[in-house]
Design a protein around this ligand. Structure first.
Ligand SMILES: CC(=O)CC(=O)SCCNC(=O)CCNC(=O)[C@H](O)C(C)(C)COP(=O)(O)OP(=O)(O)OC[C@H]1O[C@@H](n2cnc3c(N)ncnc32)[C@H](O)[C@@H]1OP(=O)(O)O
Ligand SMILES: NC(=O)C1=CN([C@@H]2O[C@H](COP(=O)(O)OP(=O)(O)OC[C@H]3O[C@@H](n4cnc5c(N)ncnc54)[C@H](OP(=O)(O)O)[C@@H]3O)[C@@H](O)[C@H]2O)C=CC1
Length: 293
């Protein structure tokens, strides 16, 4: 455990917030998860418990470790409960307006010396930092999904991030047994700058009728040895998040090669956001996922 950062606050009880809470508590940190609704928090805590229980079943964690990990995690919809946090990691919806509003509400509650980080997939760290009262103690700590499984965390400094903040974040991520990579503050950093155009291209391949959902995913799984097909992965990430990242790339780099596929836009407009909403390129409402095209 990090010597300075003992209490970790998480904003957003979605798939990423819960994953970060899981790995932080498993490393011995006290974690508080904040989200807008109590229902969200309860379903998030149930997901964490389910994932911990699976580790026990697989012999990767003892029952005592599961209990002690869970006992370190609390949750509430009261922003004031983030006050004891030494480090807050914001993992709310990938929308700059939402994140800015959150910082306006959260900063006055935090200790002046507390660090604030964002798990954003794509947004400018420098611009987000400017919406806080602590740009020098703000940076990007970008975990990958699913957090308990993926080894990488990207660290991204904003223009004002100070060295103390960067070192503390680096040490914290090291205690979670993750490998860091440092990215400069450009749209979508490293992983998503490369991954999301590939996913977007897979959606164009579907849109133009080159292949079906099944053909495209099978092609990339068996033809390129990817663990998931690109459309399956898009559903896993969340199609709203994929679209936001493509929009940030398109706007930020002003190059038409990043144009979000109209089919991706259509799916998001329909509320077909992938696994989390029950339907995306696959329909998850039955026993097995069924392609929707
Ligand atoms: C968008 C961004 O900003 C950045 C990103 O994150 S981009 C997305 C990056 N992530 C990826 O590319 C993931 C690609 N997919 C994979 O690596 C794999 O399909 C996977 C790890 C998700 C699942 O692996 P799999 O072998 O197909 O399935 P499965 O055997 O069920 O799972 C492997 C392990 O992961 C665990 N796991 C799977 N999904 C999980 C989840 N959502 N949460 C926690 N653990 C999970 C399983 O419990 C299993 O653990 P054991 O080895 O202890 O049994
Ligand atoms: N999905 C992925 O693969 C990855 C995502 N990320 C990034 O992590 C962040 C979260 O993504 P992810 O977990 O997938 O998204 P989810 O949609 O699963 O979760 C987002 C959560 O934030 C909540 N939220 C929205 N507005 C607020 C608010 N004002 N205050 C508190 N909570 C709020 C949402 O609540 P509600 O549903 O009620 O709106 C939801 O519970 C994003 O920035 C994303 O880009 C980073 C790496 C990988």
């Amino acid at each position: 455990m990090n010597a300075v950062l003992k209490n970790i606050g998480i904003i957003g009880a979605g798939q990423m917030g819960c994953g970060i809470a899981h790995v932080s508590a498993a490393a011995g940190y006290r974690v508080h998860v904040y989200d807008l609704s109590q229902d969200r928090i309860e379903s998030g805590l149930a997901t964490i418990n389910g994932n911990l229980a699976r580790l026990v079943t697989n012999g990767k964690m003892t029952e005592e470790e599961r209990k002690s990990t869970l006992s370190l995690i609390s949750g509430s919809s009261d922003v004031n409960d983030l006050a004891p946090s030494d480090l807050v990691i914001e993992a709310a919806t990938e929308d700059e307006t939402v994140k800015r509003k959150i910082y306006t509400q959260v900063c006055p509650v935090l200790k002046p010396e507390a660090l604030l980080a964002t798990n954003t997939s794509s947004l400018s760290i420098t611009r987000l930092a400017a919406a806080t009262d602590r740009p020098e103690r703000f940076m990007g700590i970008h975990f990958m999904n699913p957090v308990p499984v993926m080894k990488l965390v990207e660290l991204v400094r904003g223009i004002a991030t100070d060295e103390k903040t960067f070192s503390a974040a680096k040490e914290f991520v090291g205690t979670l047994e993750k490998t860091i990579t440092v990215a400069e503050d450009f749209p979508a950093f490293i992983v998503n700058r490369i991954l999301l155009p590939m996913i977007n291209e897979a959606i164009y391949t579907l849109y133009e009728g080159v292949g079906t959902v099944d053909a495209i995913d099978t092609a990339m799984k068996l033809g390129a040895n990817h663990p998931m097909g690109p459309l399956q992965l898009a559903d896993f990430i969340g199609l709203d998040t994929c679209l936001s990242i493509m929009q940030v790339l398109h706007d930020g780099l002003a190059d038409s090669k990043y144009r979000p596929c109209p089919l991706l836009v259509k799916y998001v407009e329909a509320g077909w956001l992938g696994r989390k909403s029950g339907r995306g390129f696959y329909d998850y409402r039955g026993e097995v996922p069924v392609p929707t095209r």
